[in-house]
Design a protein around this ligand. Structure first.
Ligand code: SAH
Length: 405
């Protein structure tokens, strides 16, 4: 594993294999990275570039995702001349692991090198009945939420589809290599990825065009074969993209609410100044209607003395009562330089009880991996040469096109 070097950033262009463009970050290599190409695109690629039948694409997907193979030479059920042809025009390139940190609670955090200068973080959270992988969608983030460590990093660039899917590919490989895990009851089980949450660094809906194809790989039965309820996209509230997503993709939606009124939310989640709560909630209910979805999870970070009073809980209940909504209360995770503090445990319990008494289902998220800075809001990665494109007033206002790419 190598350390991350400093230097200038790169701005990736979209890949279009039909015109033989160079993949993001690649300098001399014009082979197309097959990692992350959704099934239809992979079928088109093998047909147009290699004159092969669609079943070749399906074979390739099984090798790449199910078996975790990245060398064409090892794909033994593909004819040798087809493998040689493939190697000339395509590659399977995955991000490189810089560091792996293991928490005492079993959580693992990987720092992955994305290109010459940038690093992002991916976190695996094992639980008795599932294994959740929390992945990043951008290098840094432009949303500027007041209480989030990633926001302090600023924004550098969107991750490509390959870089998003590559996080799952790598975690899959690393977990398999670790073998069986011993449970507290003495039994053993494999470390598996049963759920993927886009709750790492970045705002997934600000990288819509790369995030949506990645979710297709997660849910494809030749990809990671996860059901729609096991792939969750968490957003700070980019309303136009929620409407767009409703018609194109059927992942579970989580929404970072964090405040029960616009005045407070404007301060904590600056995108609220553009898309206030009423607009955001309307988009959420539309999403559920279109998707036939069960409910939306609203995330609410518990900040001591800021948004955690029983009155805040009652205001929240008025917004969500009778709606298909669940509240997930997240104890604030501290990071260097923040002015916020975590609400005391008794305050969080009281907040939950007031919500429950007022007809809203609320649960408290257990903090995982905080001893290795892997908990919600603590992911910082390595964001170099960031443009201070942020939404909040602390660093000037962003242009719409840059934030909502
Ligand atoms: N940009 C997306 C996803 C990333 S953050 C979003 O905003 O939803 C995943 C969750 O962690 C969000 O609900 C986010 O608001 C929350 N979070 C951010 N910083 C936190 C912190 N310091 N402590 C606890 N939760 C935090």
């Amino acid at each position: 594993m190598q350390s991350v070097r400093g230097g200038g950033g790169v701005t990736p262009a979209p890949v279009d294999f039909r015109r033989g463009e160079v993949a993001p970050g690649a300098v001399t290599d014009d082979r197309v990275n097959l990692l992350g190409l959704p099934r239809a695109e992979l079928e088109a690629f093998v047909a147009e570039r290699l004159g092969a039948k669609p079943f070749r694409a399906r074979q390739l997907m099984k090798w790449i995702y199910r078996r975790g193979v990245a060398e064409f030479g090892s794909m033994t059920d593909l004819a040798q001349d087809f493998r040689a042809q493939l190697a000339g025009v395509a590659k399977i390139s995955v991000p490189e692991i810089v560091t792996a940190q293991h928490s005492s609670d079993g959580t693992i955090k990987w720092m992955l090198r994305m290109d010459e200068v940038q690093g992002i973080e991916t976190v695996y959270i094992p639980e008795p009945d599932r294994g959740t992988l929390c992945i990043s969608s951008q290098v840094g983030c432009a949303m500027d939420c007041a209480f989030c460590a990633t926001a302090q990093q600023g924004f550098n660039r969107n991750l490509s589809v390959a870089e998003i899917v590559g996080q799952v590919w790598l975690a899959h490989r690393e977990l398999a290599a670790m073998g069986l895990e011993t449970r507290t009851d003495g039994g053993t089980h494999g470390r598996r990825i049963t759920n993927i949450v886009m709750m790492g660094m970045g705002e997934p809906l600000a990288n819509y065009r790369n995030v949506v194809p990645a979710t297709r790989i997660f849910m494809d039965d030749l990809g990671y074969d996860l059901s729609r309820r096991r792939v969750t996209l968490s957003t700070s509230g980019l309303v136009p993209q929620i409407y767009k997503l409703a018609g194109e993709c059927n992942v579970a939606l989580a929404v970072s609410l964090h405040a029960p009124n616009d005045e407070l939310r404007n301060e904590l989640v600056p995108i609220n100044r553009r898309h206030p709560i009423a607009e955001l909630l309307a988009a959420c209910w539309h999403y559920l209607d279109e998707q036939n979805g069960r409910s939306i999870t609203f995330e609410y970070v518990m900040l001591d003395g800021v948004n955690d009073t029983p009155d805040h809980a009652r205001q929240l209940a008025r917004l969500l009562r009778g709606r298909p909504a669940k509240l997930n209360l997240i104890p604030f995770n501290i990071f260097p330089g923040t002015k916020y503090r975590r609400s005391p445990a008794a305050v969080i319990l009281r907040f939950r009880d007031v919500l429950n008494e007022n007809g809203v289902i609320a649960t408290i998220r257990r903090t995982r991996g905080d001893d290795i800075d892997a908990a919600c809001g603590q992911l910082a990665g390595q964001v170099t040469d960031r443009t201070l494109v942020r939404l909040g007033s602390r660093h000037g206002s962003a242009r719409r096109s840059e934030v909502e790419a």
